[in-house]
Write a protein that binds this ligand. Structure first.
Ligand code: HEC
Length: 132
């Protein structure tokens, strides 16, 4: 019960914020559209590429290659990190939003992504994580 009394308001706020975002639309960067090649890949290349490309520390340790669409969708040696249509349960978003244990948040030992970058990735996942 206590859990509900804490979580419900946040949930409702989330719905209101989401609804407002839908009505207002998003600023520069493509409105409703979410593109892998234009929005997502450049962020991954800049902030993750160093470790998550073939031969990089993160790729060697986890199997995760973030340098291509195929690599992003394949995920780690343990499974997918993107659930198309559901950023909330996608590990990609969980880690970059700091929802995991601090020591495995990404990028490792680097400044977190900006709000806008996290938003773009979330939107791309929620729109189906397409190769577009
Ligand atoms: C400085 C190197 C480095 C950078 C930069 C980096 N990673 Fe990692 N990443 C690692 C290492 C090393 C691992 C292996 C697991 C561990 O040590 O926590 C890993 C593991 C992961 C995992 C798998 C976690 C798990 O245990 O299931 C994901 C997902 C991930 N990284 C995403 C990202 C994303 C997204 C970015 C960019 C925003 C990023 N990483 C940037 C080094 C890095």
């Amino acid at each position: 019960m206590a859990i509900f009394s804490i979580r419900l308001p946040a949930f409702i706020t989330g719905i209101i914020a989401f609804g407002a975002a839908l009505v207002i639309g998003t600023p520069a960067g493509g409105g409703e559209h979410a593109s892998f090649s234009r929005d997502v890949l450049p962020i991954l290349q800049q902030h993750c590429g160093e470790c998550h490309q073939p031969g990089g520390a993160g790729q060697q340790k986890s199997g995760l290659d973030l340098s291509t669409y195929e690599g992003v969708m394949k995920g780690t040696n343990f499974g997918a990190i993107v659930v198309p249509g559901n950023s909330f349960t996608s590990n990609l978003s969980v880690l970059i939003e700091g929802r995991a244990r601090p020591e495995i948040n990404m990028p490792h030992n680097r400044a977190p992504l900006s709000k806008w970058q996290r938003h773009l990735i979330r939107r791309w996942i929620d729109k189906g994580a397409k190769n577009n």
